[in-house]
Write a protein that binds this ligand. Sequence first.
Ligand code: GLN
Length: 190
Amino acid sequence: MKTGVLALQGAYVEHMQALQKLDINPVAVRLPVHLSGLDALIIPGGESTTIYKLMHDYDLIKPLQELGRAGMPMWGTCAGMVLLARYAVDGSVSTLGLMDIRVRRNAFGRQIDSFETPLPVRVLGKEPFPAVFIRAPLIHQVGPEVEVLARLPNRQIMAARQGKLLVCAFHPELTGDLRFHRYFVDFADH
Ligand code: GLN
């Protein structure tokens, strides 16, 4: 399976390293030509406004929207989640609009802009996932086709899936725990 990581800005190197640990040799996607023959794509965390601007500048918006609509498995982490969403509720960033979720950016405010917490994620097994949040968004609303995969104890939604689209508000690539990457690669491959 040919898996790409959108490599314009943000934590793409860490995602590529995590995939390499799973014996996958990822493609760094920077230009439309890098999308040819691709089977799955990760959109990393970083700064969603910057990533969107670069996607626009490199003519990636339309091809990514077409691939997403055609069913290509895509996983957005943190800023990547914002970019896959239908829209950000404050309208502060344009998105690809592929997944039926509405997100709130920087949802945890300045006081606690980064934190780590053990998060139960049903599809990853009994052991909670070490979720690293950095100026994280949250999923404010989900559409009927969306399956919620994880919530904080206060019920805020932190991970979800809609068909072959996967999102999480945190950064699995910054932990040594490869379960989230394995989950994505497994469902992308079937
Ligand atoms: N706050 C960032 C944004 O909305 C996301 C932060 C991150 O990806 N760690 O773009």
